[in-house]
Each structure stands twice: as structure tokens, then as C-alpha cells.
Design a protein around this ligand. Sequence first.
Ligand SMILES: CC(C)(COP(=O)(O)OP(=O)(O)OC[C@H]1O[C@@H](n2cnc3c(N)ncnc32)[C@H](O)[C@@H]1OP(=O)(O)O)[C@@H](O)C(=O)NCCC(=O)NCCS
Length: 161
Amino acid sequence: MNIRLAKPEDLPSIQATNLQNLPENYLMKFWMYHILSWPQISFVAEDHKGRIVGYVLAKIDNGEYDEPKDSEKTEIHGHVNSISVLRSYRRLGLARKLMILSQEAMSTIYKASFVSLHVRKSNKPAIALYRDSLGFRVAKVEQKYYGDGEDALSMRLDLVI
Ligand SMILES: CC(C)(COP(=O)(O)OP(=O)(O)OC[C@H]1O[C@@H](n2cnc3c(N)ncnc32)[C@H](O)[C@@H]1OP(=O)(O)O)[C@@H](O)C(=O)NCCC(=O)NCCS
């Protein structure tokens, strides 16, 4: 298993993996925007034949477009938009490795002070990954965040710069 930076030519496979694994799906231009804007913080896992079996897609937010401004929002931080691993490749440590590589790059390259993400309240495997394995905490609960009305946990992890 190989983990490396995601490239624009990986996007069709990343999108296919996302469609298999999550109800939150995005247009190709969304994926492209992330890879081109922040090329050092999104990663893929590939099998021995070079097939994409997992990915993490992230962005950097400096809060400049957030209203109203507050000190937390204007801190430079990373945000994980999407992560998934194909079912037959789970519990091998791939998601943990993808997250750690992205977090390290957010911190060293962009001087991000924390990383944030949203997760469905019912998504026990993902919550276990973030909280128990990576050390994230729940910052707040966002009611009816998802299109189907489910609440999101807004989670964050402070990064050591
Ligand atoms: C969540 C997901 C990305 C985890 O991927 P993964 O590669 O299987 O995770 P890892 O093997 O790196 O797991 C690392 C740790 O996270 C926790 N964890 C991961 N999956 C878990 C599960 N099903 N049950 C309990 N704990 C789990 C464990 O602590 C695990 O360490 P361990 O295996 O030594 O016990 C994967 O289940 C997935 O793609 N789910 C569907 C998409 C999804 O929900 N994405 C997140 C959206 S917010």
C-alpha cells in the first residue's frame, strides 16, 4: 500500500471512491478546486496496482471571508472536507495515515494552528478515528447540518507548529 500526494489525474478515482463510501458527493470542479488551490495537503492511498483505495481531501481557511469576524475564525486552519477508504481496505490504518500526513503538511507548510471537520453524529467509525485515534475533540454540535436533517459534530484538533 502506498500513500502519496493527490494529483489532478487522480480525481476521477477519488470521486468514484467518494460515491461508493459517502452520501456527501461533489461536482468535479469542487475536487479540482481543492487539489489546485492546496496541492500539498490532500493525499491518496493506492494498492500495488496503483488503484486508489482511499483519499483525504482538505483545504486551508484563513477566515478572511467569514462574517462576522472573530479571533477563532481568523486563525489560519486546515479543514478536512472528505475522507474515505474502500470497504475491503478498512482497519489497516490507512485513514489514520492519510489524516496525519495532511495534518503535518497543514502545520508545516501553511502554519495552520488547528484542523477542523464535520462528521455525522451517527458515524461511529469516523468518530472513533478522529477522537480516539487522532485526539480530536467535539467543538460544537451543529443541528440539522446535513441535507437529510442529521446533526453534525464539529470537531477540531490543535496542531503543533
Ligand atoms: C472512517 C473511515 C475513513 C476509517 O478508515 P480506516 O482506514 O478503516 O481507519 P483506520 O484503519 O486508519 O483506523 C484507525 C483507528 O480509527 C478507529 N476506527 C476506525 N474504524 C473503526 C470502526 N469501524 N470501529 C471502531 N473504531 C474504528 C480505531 O481506533 C482505529 O484503530 P485500530 O484499527 O488500531 O483500532 C472508513 O471507515 C470509511 O471510509 N468510512 C466511510 C466514509 C466515512 O464515513 N468517512 C468519514 C466522513 S466524516
